[in-house]
Ligand binder design. Sequence first.
Ligand code: ADE
Length: 416
Amino acid sequence: MVMSNELVQQGLRRIEWAGRDMPVVRRLGEEWARSKPLEGARIAACLHVTTETANLVWALRAAGAEVALCASNPLSTQDDVAAALRSAWGVPVYARRGASTEEYYQHIRQAIRIRPHLTVDDGADLVGVLHAELSEELEEVLAGTEETTTGVLRLQAMARESRLRYPIVAVNEASTKHMFDNRYGTGQSVVDGIMRATNRLLAGCRFVVVGYGWCGRGVASRARGLGARVTVVETDPRKALEAAMDGYDVDDMAGAARKGDVFVTVTGGWRVIDWEHMELMKDGAILANAGHFDVEINLSVLREKAREVREVRPGVTGYVLPDDRTLFVLGEGRLVNLACAEGHPAQVMDMSFANQALVIEWLWRERPALEPRVHPVPAAIDRRVATLKLEAMGLRVQPLTPEQEEYLKSWETGTR
Ligand code: ADE
């Protein structure tokens, strides 16, 4: 057991390490430390408690905001980061790695006690609790942001049923978020989680990616980069076609189940790997989930059918079935990149969280009159994040000449 002060110091060192790769968030925080654009704002944030999140919290507090933080997954909290935020920075953090479901929701209620003007959510659990249970605290909320695809879908469902009481900006939909965080962040960190948990060689193995959205594309491409033979399972014929033309084997779940060595679900869907597929799997197959919730692999049926369940390595649970096959599940079926590794690298979280910070600042400063539904990130913010990131990377864009700009706006010039 690491001593508490040592835990705090370790958290601080790791937060600083991540901060080195978050130049855009750092720059915003440094500018805002002078102008204090978030003075008076109370923010309740429900995010994975990681070194990258700590850097976002730092920028929001530098801007003058009061922030309360809770976890957006029971298994993703980095306890050293939570300790550092609490003890060294005095941030109210309600999170613990391995929290029970009851504790997890209690932590969300505790964060909401800040009486937020603004909410930052990753998966929409905080918004859900606020709407279902805490109508008094709901009164003061002006607006919120949502980080992830699953959260955006849930909030859109709430809006469709006229249940959403305040506007939410879908940070996930910014191109500087999903094209980088979902693709390269998930791509690398999921493979990292599988490798850290299992220490297995991916070269030559049959690696099944279920879902070919931005995250699935990233995972497939990184697994292929390590020499895996990748099969994609997809319900949307356009995405299945894209996977085929990207050079992957495409199959349905039953076909993939028979041949796969490693399975990763990245669909945002419900029980995409079910008993009928598990029945077909090889002895020793490894199952991991990279979707937001732990519902993509039907673990209840696996628990029910198994004659023995045992932890074979940290983060690896073996389910011994009556026919003596063992299926291994990583990170209890929760987000494998955060349960078995450290989540996305800071370089991509820099863009996601720069979007978060800029949207929060815009919502507080301008108080735009938005309907209580899900809204896109303003294009100017998306572009600004890309511009700042390129600048930080020391890269330049080629500006259009006035003639080129004019040409693109005109219709007169055709075949010459
Ligand atoms: N989501 C995925 N990776 C993350 C990270 N490193 N920090 C916060 N949220 C994340």
